[in-house]
Design a protein around this ligand. Structure first.
Ligand SMILES: [Zn+2]
Length: 454
């Protein structure tokens, strides 16, 4: 009878080990601290065990414990790169011993320059955790060994640092499998393009890309009316579990203004950078933008209520874009900054020279962007400042002027030549790509249609 009880106890202990929660399931009678074990432990104890004396119990159980130390577990802790962080800082902050951190970084350097890590990058730190257990008579505390890390370089690319068979750190870039799908979404504009996009649940990055592409042709303050509509097709990437990991580029967009549709296609000419082209294969990019402000933030309703003068008049000599304070103002074209300071009634003011013929000016700014000062080169679309109401101004807006050959000119009437026109083989390639895309999107259901009609 006694023998059977002992066997029962051994089996019970082995079951505990198998459930791997051995650290918390300290044996009641063997516990030197006399701490109450977790309630679950008691329940898992077979009735016969408590009737066994401590000495007899240990005699039966100890050999088993010695033979089976707890299995180390792999745990992950997620941390993020902070502004101004070095990888060493980050690892030390996560309590990785300096020597280990140093070896891991040395290994990582073989596949990547850690100085390129951007703030917000997610890093999963891996540890081997050995739970507390008892070895012969001594008690062994829980221990943690730094085992490596996984740096999310991109939505589809990881940089992995791990130990090899001999325990040394090695590193490798590993592609994460992603699925690509095309999403077609559309909306009807009521107050602003951004509001419509928001209502239709379109990702911000995608909407901004579309707006930038149309900013060369469209005056988002005056051209867009309530009832106009737009549609776009963009790439979306999903992980193996179907979660969205990244929204990619806009491949096609259609903006319908008072019944007239403007269609643009994303295309990469050979050796060239991907850009947007109209149906005829002409780049949408022009020397100057018609809307040199984040067009998404412009609300026509807002503009009408607060700004009686929004168009060009002889007296006014510029166009105004009503947008909330802090909205980014963009350099209308490539050029050199001639002025970036306070300038009388214009308030904070920037003027840019674009070649020999054109200049553009931006007034009433709240502030200048970093590095914007006289003599600096700027690129088209670069943020130069933020919408404000400095100088003689009644509310936050951008006052924009275009000067042509020394004279102020109406930016709305400005007829700039189109940029790059695709020719020959490139044009043929574009047309092929265009019809492929047209075909693809004919088969795509229009998402968010209901949302936009509500
Ligand atoms: Zn103005």
């Amino acid at each position: 009878m006694r023998r059977m009880l002992v066997q029962g106890a051994v089996i019970a202990v082995m079951l505990w080990l198998a459930t791997s929660d051995f650290a918390n399931s300290r044996l009641p009678e063997a516990s030197p601290s006399g701490l109450e074990p977790a309630a679950g432990t008691w329940r898992a104890t077979p009735k016969g065990l408590s009737s066994l004396g401590p000495a007899a119990f240990l005699e039966a159980v100890l050999p088993k414990i010695k033979a089976t130390p707890p299995e180390p577990r792999l745990t992950e802790r997620i941390v993020h790169v902070r502004k101004g962080d070095t990888l060493m800082n980050l690892l030390l902050r996560a309590d990785v011993p300096r020597s280990q951190a140093h070896l891991a970084i040395e290994a990582l350097r073989k596949s990547y320059d850690p100085r390129k890590l951007k703030p917000e990058t997610e890093i999963a730190l891996r540890y081997q955790t050995v739970p507390a257990h008892e070895k012969a008579e001594e008690e062994v505390k829980a221990s943690e060994t730094f085992d490596g890390m996984r740096v999310a370089l991109r939505y589809d690319l990881d940089l992995v640092v791990a130990r090899n068979a001999t325990g040394n750190f090695i590193s490798e870039k590993i592609e994460r499998p992603v699925l690509q799908e095309l999403v077609r979404a559309g909306a009807t504009i009521e107050t602003s393009l951004f509001e419509a996009a928001d209502r239709a649940d379109m990702p911000t990055s995608v909407v901004i890309e579309m707006i930038r592409a149309y900013s060369f042709d469209i005056d988002f303050q005056r051209d867009i009316r309530s009832g106009d509509r737009f549609e776009l097709v963009f790439e979306r990437f999903l992980d193996e579990e179907g979660h969205i990991v990244h929204n990619g580029n806009v491949l096609y967009a259609e903006l319908e203004i008072r019944g007239k549709a403007l269609r643009i296609y994303r295309f990469s000419p050979q050796k060239g950078i991907a850009d947007y082209f109209n149906e005829k294969g002409e780049s949408v990019r022009k020397a100057l933008m018609r809307t040199p402000v984040d067009g998404a933030r412009i609300s026509s309703r807002y503009g009408k209520r607060r700004h009686p003068i929004l168009g060009y008049t002889r007296m006014h000599r510029g166009v105004d874009f009503a947008a909330p304070r802090g909205t980014p103002v963009l350099a209308s074209g490539d050029g050199t900054i001639e002025r970036a300071n306070r300038y009388g009634g214009y308030g904070k003011y920037v003027r840019i020279r674009h070649g020999s013929r054109f200049k553009t000016a931006y007034a009433h700014l709240q502030s200048f962007a970093n590095g914007v000062r006289k003599g600096k080169r700027v690129q088209q679309g670069q943020i130069i400042g933020y919408v404000g109401s400095t100088g003689r101004s009644t509310g936050p807006h951008l006052h924009y002027e275009v000067h042509e050959a020394g004279k102020q000119t109406n930016p709305m009437r400005l007829n700039l030549p189109t940029g790059l026109k695709l020719k020959g083989k490139t044009l043929t390639a574009f047309k092929k790509k265009r019809s492929e895309l047209d075909q693809q999107l004919a088969d795509l259901p229009l998402q968010n249609q209901l949302a936009s009609n509500e």
